[in-house]
Structures are given as C-alpha cells and as structure tokens.
Design a protein around this ligand. Structure first.
Ligand code: NA7
Length: 541
C-alpha cells in the first residue's frame, strides 16, 4: 500500500467498454487492488452497448478486433464471422466479464459527474449522477473516443412528428420495415445502416454531405482452415500484429504505389478490392497511400472508376463520386454503391441542395422538395476525444479543470496522462495511437497496469506526466500527422466534423509497432517523462 490515507477504492475505472473491462481485470485480478468500474449504461460494452442500429458491426476484422490476452474465451466460441456484429461483440464482452468474475465490481446505470483531485491528500473524489461520493487513489478513464453524439442543427427539428434518432442511441423497439426513412451521414456508421436498412424500408432517402470512398468488406464468413491456422499460430500472429502500423492483422504494403507499373497498381488494387476491408485497401495495397498525393490519387481513381461502373444512374454516380483526398478513416461495406441502384433508395447531395428545415412531415431541402419521412436517422458521428471528457467535470491540481488545461487543444503524454492531473490515467486519451482500436487499447491497458504496479511496489503515491513530456509528445504527434495526408481533409479523427472546430491533431500516426516500442523504452527508463513520487503535491514539478 503506497499511502496511509484511506480511500473507498484503490482505483476507479470510468467506462466498461473494451478498455474499462480489461483495465478492471488487470488492476483487480492481477495487481490485487480494490477497484470499482462505473458505467452510465445499463450493461457493459461501451460502443457495443450503445450502437444497436441495424447493420452495426465492427469493420476491423473480428479475429483481431478482440482481446489477445484471453485465448480461452475465443477457443470456446464458434467464431466464424469475419466481422463481429454488434450483438456478438456485446455477447463476447459479457462473456469476458463473466469468465473473469468482474460483474460484482461493476456499477451500471451510474454516470460519473465529477472527478476532483485533492492536492493535500493525493486522492481523487468522484461524484456520481446519483449523488454518491467515492474516493480513490487512481482513476482510469476508459470513456472511449466516440461517446458524445453529434446531432446536426436543423431548423424546425422539434416540429417533426416522426422519430428522430441517432445511431448511437438506437431505441430497441424501433422497427423500420415498410417505413419512409431518411438518413443523414455516410461515415462508417451511415454506410452500414444504409446497406442494411435499404433491404427492409419502404423508401430510404440518403442525405449525403460528403461523398464517401467505400470499398467492399469481402466475404462475411471465414473458412475452417482460416480458423485452424489462426488457432495453431495464435502467438506468432499476435506478436507480428503488434509490430505493424495499423494492427489489423494483415500484411501491410511495403512497396510505394508509384514505383510499380500502372498495370501492377491496378492488379493490386483489384486484388484488395476482392479481398475486402477498408484498412487493407488503404494500408495493405501500398506503403504510401496515406502519405503520397500521387499514390493517394491512384487509389482514389480506382474507387471512382468502380462507382462509375457500379452505379447505373449517371447523376447519382456523379453525386456519389468523391473528388477530395482519400484520407478519412477508411470505410468498407459490401454493396454500398450497388444500394443506390435500388428503386427505393434516393440520394440527396447536401452540398448542392442543403436541408432548409424540418417540418412535421419530414425534411424540406433548398430546392423546395419536401421529403416525407416516418423516421430520420442521424448517423452524424461524435464529438471525439474532448466530447467524451467534456461530459465530466474533471479537476486536477489547484482546481484546474481539464477543459482549461485543453483550452487550446487536447493534449497528453502518450495518450495516457496529462500534467497537473496526477494518478488520472487515460485509455485512448488525446494522441493515442491511430490503429485498430482494440489492439491500441490492449497495449495501453497493459502498460498502465504495469506502471501502476511499479508505483505500488515502489511505495509511490503519485504518477504524473511532466509538462515538458506532454508538450514534446504533442509536438511529435503533430509532426507525424503533418507528414501524412490525413490532416488535409476534415474528419472526426482531427475533430473537424464539429461545427466551429478546426483540424487539430488527436492521434499518434507513427503506427502501433513504433508506439509500443516507445512505451517499452519509457518504462525501461524508469518511466521517463513521469514523476513518480510520494512527496507532498507542492513538491512535485
Ligand atoms: P463519422 O465518420 O464522423 O461520419 C459522420 C457522417 O455524418 C459523415 O458523413 C458526415 O459528413 C456526416 N455529418 C456530420 N454532421 C453533419 C451535418 N451537420 N449535416 C450533414 N451531415 C453531417 O461518424 P460515424 O459514426 O460514421 O463513424 C465514427 C467512427 O465510428 C468510425 O470511423 C469507426 O471508427 C466507428 P462529412 O463527411 O463530415 O462531410
């Protein structure tokens, strides 16, 4: 025990998604700490609890979108879907909770309202939305990057007599069969919803702000041979994944796109189009799609040609064809462009014909057309990173709020800690690694647990990132991001999907392998960039 001050818990974990569940397991079952995890939801799962819209699934391949630490749960599962559907993901996370006996230390239906550091006693006091007060020495925030919904501002919204829903708050009893449905948004969520809903609704009107580069996801099921190989080579497969850039379990492109002939480029693009998966198409084809404008244009051209080939109506094809860089988080689903050939699907390009207002009957666009709707679905995404943290009043040393600390931009050291907020550790804080999120989460959870373990065994009561380490990490992340094409388009990964917010760096784009190596070096150098101390707060630099 590192301090004499008595607290309700050694550690409190906020959130019980992929990150929070594993963090609770590591801290409680492996370090032997007294821990409680809180979640405002009525069940565990985080993203996989909330996002219950039709078609919801992970678009990272499921054999890698899971925990690697627990092979046994996988072994006992008839895991055949190449992409885990939302109910399966939720069932999997529940099975992990059960297998590791975590349920007794999870308090559901409880949001954390405030998280306040006591400078004198080195403890955190958390208040729940029910007015309960708990103290802990450590707080691990595992609130995810995509938990604060982004609703579009539309005049007359409140007059609509139909149902207005966001995909991340899907009412379990909402049925779409035979209805007139509108959808705003064509990101990863939107394309999944569009492909699923088009098959059952009477009429689907897609309100598209930006045309989307979308590649097929590929076959839905994997073969027996695939599963057998995965099981037989489990350790090697995961060890290799941890050295890659994007951590999605495929071989990443090693050759630059423009170094090969046009025919070879076409062959490679077609091969990956047939295999399917957005990350594979962007990172598995060539090494420089996300960094070299010519390579990027070649990939974009390939997709643009597919749209022309697939979509029968030339005007619809034109509206669906993106002209900007292929540099948002890659999107994939089978049959996306084909869906627009259906008689019951209509596309409205909001850039050419914006929404004017909502009426009791639906949506009126600038051209004066009233689109009559029973349901309007907002697949308009999230206020990422800051939005998740902005839902709590977090105060560190001298009462400084996290919002004040992040007033210019959200920052952290390693995506894990921020100066002035000792013993507050984040999983997927700002400038965490841009990769398969499950693999990034596992990396951070294991590292944070190791660091807390080191502090505990060294009788330290405080872990705090230094300001200079935080500034250096922020500068590193900016430098790497600016080397890529990603900041040149507006998207959630740079926080620019929210009105009034400009692009800023929110991820480390150096790759999972490099990130893990950096974490290892820092741990080996006695947690360089952190102060681990048991002195009074005023003594900590
Ligand atoms: P995304 O990827 O942020 O997509 C949101 C979509 O909604 C995107 O097409 C936006 O257009 C559109 N959008 C957002 N606000 C508006 C307004 N006000 N009007 C019209 N259209 C709007 O969110 P997702 O939920 O699809 O995916 C988020 C992540 O979850 C995903 O990357 C995976 O990691 C899982 P835009 O392109 O910004 O013009």
């Amino acid at each position: 025990m590192a301090t004499n001050i008595k607290t309700d818990f050694d550690a409190i974990v906020i959130g019980t998604g992929i990150a929070g569940i594993y963090m609770l397991h590591k801290l409680r079952n492996e370090l032997g700490l007294k821990v409680r995890a809180f979640d405002k939801a009525g069940g565990v799962g985080g993203t996989w609890y909330w996002n219950q819209y039709p078609g919801a699934r992970s678009d990272t391949e499921s054999f890698f979108y899971r925990y690697s630490f627990d092979k046994e749960t996988f072994d006992g599962w008839d895991w055949r879907n190449r992409y885990a559907h939302q109910p399966e993901m939720r069932a999997y996370l529940n099975a992990i909770v059960e297998r590791h006996h975590l349920g007794g230390d999870i308090q559901l239906n409880t949001g954390i309202h405030s998280v306040v550091f006591d400078d004198a006693r080195h403890i955190w006091t958390l208040t729940t939305d029910k007015g309960e007060v708990f103290t802990a020495r450590y707080v691990v925030s595992a609130v995810g990057v995509l938990s604060k919904t982004n609703y579009p501002e539309i005049k007359g919204r409140e007059t609509f007599r139909g149902e207005l829903v966001h995909t991340s708050g899907w009412p379990a009893d909402l049925k779409l069969e035979g209805k007139r449905v509108g959808i705003i948004g064509t990101g990863s969520t939107g394309v999944q919803f569009i492909c699923a809903a088009a098959k059952t609704v009477k009429q689907l009107t897609v309100f598209q702000r930006s045309a989307q580069y979308c590649v097929p996801a590929g076959p839905d099921r994997v073969s027996d041979e695939y599963v057998a190989d995965y099981k037989a080579n489990y350790e090697q497969i995961w060890d290799k994944l941890r050295t890659t850039r994007i951590g999605c379990g495929f071989d990443e492109g090693a050759v630059s796109a423009m170094s090969v002939s046009a025919e070879e480029r076409q062959r490679v693009f077609q091969e990956h189009w047939d295999i399917g998966n957005g990350f594979r198409f962007m990172f598995g084809t060539f090494s420089d799609i996300a960094v070299d404008p010519a390579a990027n244009d070649a990939a974009a051209d390939f997709i643009r040609a597919k749209i022309k080939e697939i979509v029968k109506d030339t005007e619809t094809a034109r509206k669906l064809t993106p002209t900007d860089l292929y540099a948002k988080r890659p999107v994939c689903i089978n049959g996306y462009y084909e869906t627009y050939n259906r008689d019951n699907v209509t596309l409205v390009s909001l850039k050419e014909n914006p929404i004017k207002e909502m009426t009791p009957n639906g949506v009126i666009t600038e051209d004066g057309v009233e689109h009559e709707l029973d349901v309007l679905v907002c697949a308009t995404g999230f206020e990422c990173v800051e939005g998740s943290y902005g839902q709590m009043d977090i105060r560190g040393r001298r009462g400084e709020s996290l919002q004040q600390h992040w007033k210019d931009e959200p920052s952290s050291y390693l995506g894990i800690a921020t100066s002035g907020f000792p013993n507050l550790l984040m999983i997927l804080g700002p400038n965490s690694v841009f990769s398969n999120l499950a693999a990034g989460i596992e990396t951070q959870v294991e590292w944070v647990a190791e660091m807390i373990g080191a502090a505990e065994s060294g009788s330290k009561s405080l872990i705090e990132a230094t300001r200079s380490a935080e500034d250096e990490w922020t500068a590193t992340c900016k430098e790497i991001a600016n080397y890529t094409l990603f900041p040149q388009v507006k998207s959630w990964i740079f926080g620019a999907n929210i009105p009034g917010k400009s692009n800023r760096v929110l991820f480390y784009f150096g790759g999972l392998g490099a990130y893990r190596q950096r974490l290892r070096e820092i741990a080996d150098a006695d947690y360089d960039g952190f102060v681990m101390d048991s002195k009074p707060s005023s003594m900590v630099a």
